[in-house]
Design a protein around this ligand. Structure first.
Ligand code: PLP
Length: 475
């Protein structure tokens, strides 16, 4: 890092401050907060400075609805360039037939995938009429007609408490409204996906779409087997690799664990283990390519030129050997973290991990996920609470805390650092006591024993300063 990058960012912040100082202050503060906390949120990372810089430009100012070379606006040649460069890198990185890099987020990417599958596989006059509307514009009768024309199509995804995502058919998400849905869970004894049970459910339910992928499942998925099951029931296999795209890109997940050769459609975010800008993308076989390219205007507005520019950089970075080293270290570190926690008496869902995340069941400490999450935050350890399978505390308080290694691995943490992180987490959990109120035990309040937060915080700062974030960037 050269001194000039520090001075460029300083000038940028001064320029922002000249319009609204509070925004500049919050931006500056966010850098300090990120530098000074043990960021263990499994879905977060730190994008490279070139990737961040690519988002702060005038590429944001251009409307470019449509696809490369077929825009609804004039003057899109530079957006065409960044979109095609991003798609070219994504296709090469993942070995996919086709990449669509416009989705603004992971949820948008999933919506594009769902609508592409529906429009490719199901005849619907109402859909044809509504091509240009956004889903928010649909009336109840439109929904009724669509459901009817789509013959109440069925989706089967992993249940939320087993680690699936809201967009995999959860009843309060559009995926659960649009489709008849049935979820698959995990084996109650092992916590692992039970492929035989999944096959039996698929044979009975006969879904149009099987969704594979997760937000909080600490294990790898056998996509070859998922495709076999999808083929047996005539379903389209849609893989949401938002969480583990970095492990696919970095060739940690290969063979049957690599979704690309097996899925009809793959959707993802760019900002989690893939370490790019906040956004999404869809990969498709050539059969689904045209349907996917209708993402805008089907469910998306104008593409974000500045974010597609940043995606192009992130995909290019992920094609380098150093990204493969990074991805391998993410998985190695997750194992070290899991082992460190287990040996200190923390119960883990499935007993460990073989991806980038670990799901702690904190109920053996008498805590809810919410209490554990808050106590850890008091000590500067940033995590998020998460349901465990068949969670008695529901999705708000939960019994689990999800932690992941992508962000701290970007800073340079290795196995021994993660063993220390495990020790700090275990210290906080062992020294947190739930509070009892006059109404009974609280699911939110707790007491963290004196001195623990300071001790953990101090050790965390040492680990963090040995592994600086954006070294050389001084603000
Ligand atoms: N899919 C999965 C599996 C996720 O975990 C997430 C985010 O947490 C998403 C989709 C949605 O991503 P975004 O927040 O970018 O919309």
């Amino acid at each position: 890092m050269t001194a000039s990058v520090s001075s460029i960012y300083s000038q940028i912040l001064d320029t922002i401050a000249s319009v609204e100082p509070r925004v500049a202050d919050a931006t500056r503060q966010e850098l300090s907060d990120q530098r000074e906390s043990l960021k263990l949120i499994a879905s977060e990372n730190y994008a490279s400075l070139p990737t961040l810089m690519a988002m702060g430009t005038w590429m944001s100012d251009k409307y470019a609805e449509g696809t490369v070379g077929h825009r609804f606006y004039a003057g899109c040649r530079n957006i065409d360039t960044v979109e095609s460069v991003a798609a070219e890198h994504a296709e090469a990185l993942f070995g996919a037939d086709h990449a669509y890099v416009q989705p603004h987020s992971g949820i948008d990417a999933n919506l594009v995938a769902y609508w592409a599958i529906l429009s490719h596989r199901v005849e619907s006059p109402t859909l044809a009429r509504l091509q240009a509307a956004t889903v928010n514009d649909l009336s109840e009768s439109d929904w009724e007609a669509l459901r009817h024309e789509f013959n109440a199509q069925k989706v089967m995804g992993m249940s939320l408490d087993a680690g699936g995502h809201l967009t995999h058919g959860f009843r309060h998400n559009i995926s659960g409204k649009m489709f008849q849905q049935h979820s698959y869970g995990t084996n109650p004894d092992t916590g692992l996906i039970d492929y035989d049970a999944l096959r039996a459910t698929a044979k009975e339910f006969r879904p149009l779409i099987i969704v594979a992928g997760y937000s909080a499942y600490p294990r790898r998925v056998n996509f070859a087997l998922m495709r076999e099951i999808a083929d047996e029931v005539g379903a389209t296999l849609f893989v949401d690799m938002a969480h583990f795209a970095g492990l696919v890109a970095g060739k940690v997940f290969t063979g049957e664990e690599n979704p690309i050769p097996y899925a009809h459609i793959v959707a993802s975010t760019t900002h989690k283990s893939l370490r790019g800008p906040r956004g999404g993308f869809v990969l498709a076989t050539s059969e689904y390519a045209d349907a996917v390219d209708k993402g805008c205007p089907m469910v998306l507005g104008g593409p974000l030129g500045h974010v597609m520019a940043a995606k192009a950089l992130a995909f290019a970075e992920a094609r380098t050997p150093s990204f493969q080293t990074y991805a391998a270290q993410v998985a190695t570190n997750a194992k070290a973290l899991a082992e460190g926690l287990s040996k200190r008496g923390v119960r883990l869902v499935t007993g460990g991990t073989d991806n980038h995340l670990v799901l702690m069941d904190v109920s053996s400490f008498g805590l809810t996920g919410r209490q554990a999450e808050s106590a850890l935050l008091d000590a500067g350890v940033v995590t998020n609470r998460n349901s465990v399978p068949r969670d008695p505390n529901g999705a708000w308080y939960t019994s689990g805390v999800r932690i992941g290694t992508p962000a701290l691995t970007t800073r340079g943490f290795t196995e021994s650092d993660f063993d220390e992180v495990a020790d700090l987490i275990a210290q906080v959990l062992a020294n947190t006591t739930p509070t009892t109120t006059p109404k009974g035990p609280s699911k939110a309040k707790y007491v963290l024993a004196d001195g623990v937060a300071d001790r953990v915080h101090a050790r965390a700062q040492e680990l963090l300063s040995d592994n600086p974030l954006y070294p050389g960037l001084e603000l």
